[in-house]
Design a protein around this ligand. Structure first.
Ligand SMILES: *[C@@H]1O[C@H](CO)[C@@H](O)[C@H](O)[C@H]1NC(C)=O
Length: 227
């Protein structure tokens, strides 16, 4: 029974070329996992588990804006992948590519992550394949990974990643609200502190007064002994 289910599932995945993996961010808590122009993906080694994928297959990471992903059709030929310079017009580009044997070596030392958007030089010339240029901050992204055989023909594509939102400077609405909250407590503190301070000062002066003046009037002998 299970054997049948697995056979059918594999048949379906072979027919539509889908590789049953989902690209995802490294832990969002990891420092530098997301910046205002880059993000970092988990290693793509789930892909290497697919029986159609070989050590000399190429894994390509395509970055798309969330709105453009529905227009993206994986090119049949590796050489037809969209370039960084296409990002403005089409909304997607092939950011990085590497051999399965390099990205997921069998001997254990996994290069654990794929960093997207860290090549500033692509802003000057984004017309080379896999130019991994910085991502505009005001858009949301999704990622799909494609696998090509050594002869450059498409083997399949992963599922589409969840939406990826880059770090943004806090919009001023948020800052305004939080400053209002803070200034309320600041008002309380700035009101109470001087009052406390004045009370302390009054206490101190009256103590001083009692020490030097009242002493002289009421118990002159004791004060003279002390000083
Ligand atoms: C390329 O290689 C794949 C897998 O090895 C094979 O299925 C396909 O027929 C080849 N295509 C060409 C054009 O040689």
């Amino acid at each position: 029974m299970w054997y049948l289910v697995i056979l059918v599932a594999f048949g379906v995945s072979t027919v539509n070329g889908q590789i049953n993996c989902i690209p995802n961010l490294v832990s969002p808590n990891l420092i530098g996992g997301r910046t205002s122009s880059t993000f970092t993906l988990q290693n793509p080694c789930c892909i290497a588990q697919d029986p159609r994928v070989q050590a000399d297959s190429t894994i390509v990471t395509v970055v798309s804006t969330s709105s453009a992903i529905t227009n993206f059709v994986p090119p049949i030929r590796l050489s037809d992948l969209p370039l960084y310079s296409n990002l403005n017009t089409s909304g997607f580009f092939a950011a990085s590519g590497g051999l399965v044997r390099d990205l997921c070596p069998l001997n254990g030392n996994l290069p654990s992550v794929i960093r997207i958007g860290d090549n500033v030089a692509c802003m000057v010339n984004g017309n080379t394949l896999f130019c991994n240029g910085p991502l505009p901050n005001d858009l949301d992204y999704r990622v799909i990974q494609l696998v090509y055989a050594s002869n450059g023909t498409l083997i399949g594509a992963t599922r589409i990643s969840p939406e990826i939102i880059l770090r943004r400077p806090r919009d001023y609405h948020t800052i305004d609200t939080s400053r209002k909250g803070r200034s309320a407590s600041m008002v309380v503190i700035t009101t109470i502190l001087p009052i406390l301070f004045a009370l302390l000062l009054a206490l101190f002066t009256s103590l001083l007064f009692m020490k030097c003046c009242c002493c002289r009037v009421f118990v002159p002998k004791k004060c003279q002994q002390e000083s």
